[in-house]
Design a protein around this ligand. Structure first.
Ligand code: AMP
Ligand code: MG
Length: 306
């Protein structure tokens, strides 16, 4: 996934964790072989290379799970989160080796025509096709969170109840720390210039996931202007709505991760009402106001319970 991970497990000191480490590595490898767009032989790359709309690809349970959760988030964010944004991501020069340049309007329009999660054909849970030859999927916005859930499952299956799993900043915390208190997770200070370990706010977390999307995380400069890696599928352009970051709490990290990306696109006015009527979900927006000051907009339950 092109990122780092950390796992902490509360265990008696005499337990050897080397077997667990091995199982975690195997899980991460399987996830990459399924959903890495950097691996030309991954399932996702094979799907993206398919041009025959009559063809179907047999996919793993992992891939099918992520598509199922993606479909839910796509529907509920009314398309703000959309994995078929891949052609636009490529056009804007993210997730590729190309040097960034401002795409022309016709190219953006053409790429937009290929975007829409309903262009992925679900023949069966583990069989997918496409209704247009050049539809492509990018699961970067949700795969890390799903990876966290899978790894948490591996740790739980090994018999542990108290642990924390983090992949690329997305987290699931189970049970408590060794001292019986909830785990603590920091929300980054959402500023390009801020050191990556500068904590804006500390959250208490127990049996819950947290994920953050931010415009400071991955961006590029084109002709002197900064463009974030999160694209509004409706406009075809990187978002420019003043939202610096969105932190989402949910029961699973896949949902938190996918939703964080979608809510970034929606912006607080549309996102907060959506979150308020969604049981188990809470969010915190950090927004740069007109004077560049950072303001907080949170759902009513945010930070109330671990
Ligand atoms: P995240 O860091 O979880 O917010 O994911 C951002 C990544 O998801 C980007 O680098 C793109 O590869 C991809 N992406 C960008 N815009 C969208 C979108 N609107 N819906 C789904 N994925 C997106
Ligand atoms: Mg995400």
């Amino acid at each position: 996934m092109g990122t780092t991970y950390h796992i902490t497990v509360v265990a008696p000191f005499w337990n050897s964790l080397s077997r667990l480490e091995q199982l975690i590595r195997e899980e991460l490898l399987a996830l990459n072989q399924s959903m890495s767009v950097y691996d030309p032989n991954s399932e996702i790359s094979r799907f993206n290379a398919m041009t025959d709309t009559a063809a179907a690809l047999e996919i793993s349970d992992r891939f099918a799970d992520v598509l199922e959760i993606s479909n839910d988030v796509w529907r509920r964010t009314r398309g703000a989160f959309d994995p078929t944004v891949f052609p636009l991501v490529k056009l804007w020069g993210f997730n590729t080796d190309g040097s960034p340049k401002l795409p022309d309007a016709a190219a953006i329009e053409a790429a937009k025509q290929r975007v829409g999660f309903d262009r992925v054909r679900f023949d069966a849970r583990n069989r997918i096709g496409k209704t247009l030859p050049n539809v492509g999927i990018d699961l970067s916005a949700i795969a890390k969170g799903y990876g966290v859930d899978r790894v948490a499952g591996v740790v739980r299956n090994a018999g542990y109840t108290d642990f924390i799993v983090e992949i690329g900043g997305e987290v699931f915390a189970a049970g408590t720390k060794a001292d019986g208190r909830p785990w603590k997770v920091g929300v980054n200070y959402p500023d390009v210039a801020a050191p990556p370990d500068l904590v804006y706010k500390t959250l208490l977390l127990s049996n819950r996931a947290v994920a953050t999307s931010g415009n400071y995380r991955n961006f590029q400069h084109i002709e002197g202007k900064r463009y974030t890696h999160i694209i509004d599928p409706q406009t075809g352009w990187p978002i420019d709505n003043g939202v610096a970051s969105v932190t989402v709490l949910a029961d699973t990290c896949a949902l938190a991760d996918g939703l964080a990306t979608g809510l970034m696109v929606l912006g607080p006015e549309q996102a907060i009402p959506l979150v308020e009527q969604w049981p188990g979900i809470d969010c915190l927006f950090l927004v740069n106001d007109a004077e560049g000051k950072l303001i907080e907009i949170a759902s009513s339950g945010f930070g109330k319970t671990p």
